[in-house]
Design a protein around this ligand. Sequence first.
Ligand SMILES: [Zn+2]
Length: 494
Amino acid sequence: MKKFYVTTPIYYLNSVPHIGHAYTTLAADIINRYKKQKGEESYFLTGTDEHGANIEKSATNAGVTPQQWTDNMFAKFKEMWTDLDIKYDDIIRTTEPRHEAVVQAIFEKLLKTGDIYKGSYTGKYCMSCEAYLDESELVDGKCPIHKKEPQVISEETYFFKLSAYQDKLLKFYQDNPDFLSPKFRAAEIVNFVKGGLKDLSVSRTKVKWGVTVPSAPNHTIYVWFDALINYISAIGYGKKLGIPGYENYPHDMDNYWPADIHLIGKEIFRFHAVIWPAVLMALGLPLPKKVFAHGWWTVEGEKMSKSLGNFIDPRDITAKYGVEPLRYFIFREVPFGGDGDFSIEQFKKRFNSDLANDLGNLLSRVLNMAAKNIGTIPETFESESTLLKEAQRINAEYDKQMEELAFDKALDLAWGLIGKMNRYIDETKPWALAKTDLEKAKNILLELIFALRYVAAWIAPFMPNTSAEISKRLAAGEIQKYAPLFPRIEEVKK
Ligand SMILES: [Zn+2]
């Protein structure tokens, strides 16, 4: 049976992981957890991109071999995922033999079909992008991302016949309107392709740290061509191609492919929405259902950059305030897809208002009153409660928003019900009501307890441990005494 298959980009190992990397990987984790919670088979792949001139350069500067460099950096990424409670199903490194052999087989296959051919190329090459840049892409003669002038270089190279796929790509975009997501980013890609596609240089003679072209060992395969293939090498394309040694590979590609979502940052949209689908078409494989390009995070209003030294390591925050408040904050604060700004003051405000007050206090109030007036939570509760009907209605709406990756809206729905519950308590005053009409007070408290169970389920993909803790406290049986869920952060600027 085909599993739901979600991927992150594989991260380039020339710098340490920061909140930008964490953002994409957390989003994939949330989707994967959500699907699994719904009882669906879901598979989440992440990984690292480990070849190319920039890795070579970083390793040389550090006085180590590229392999030592990537081993060390890979460990740092892996540690970050563990620290952020990210549960991927597989993590692939492009230096693994299971990947490299598939890249080589694909290259040779496309040489045979004529989709890859030998030629020579002269162009302006940005060393940091590891890509040739068109005149039209330059700003004041410089790479718009790295603000450096590209170098003019000339080399014998193999080309991928990207130009042959222009019309097929445009037709695909038209027939599959969900492929380019979010919709407001689609026009950029469509216009780029309509502007005309040039064949893509996919091998290098100057770069040693890369996958060798088997039939021309003085060439290594362009790092982007190599990297994109991870999405299928990890799930058993080698087995499907019949590469010797893959007979017992633990995955059958047809159970995963096509991918349901490739999650990426907007800076690599073209690679995933133009080059990758063309390669897949050349291989005769179906295309992913959706490529979703999210925005960038700025920090306190500034773009994150090496020169400003303002990269945020999420663990600076989680060490102080916990992992789950951060997982909550970044998906509640900014609509997924757009750009966002990370501000520590805003984080603290949301922590106090949303988590400590709205949710944490609600749970404490309800359980304290219930302990006093009910004592034991029953297994079931039959009621014509308006509150519980509202929870059921929101439940359907929540699923819709999660399917559309509108995480902020899904969380808004949860906090909408939390707000209603808090107002319901203020209006009905169960603590006072218990003195005059105990049965009615008990009924209100049970409505609140059973409605809170919905909230626990909705927040589970974002805050799995908080969700489990709430569920434990609300479980049937004798009500216990517990510490507050999120003690307030006191040092908040007014
Ligand atoms: Zn560049």
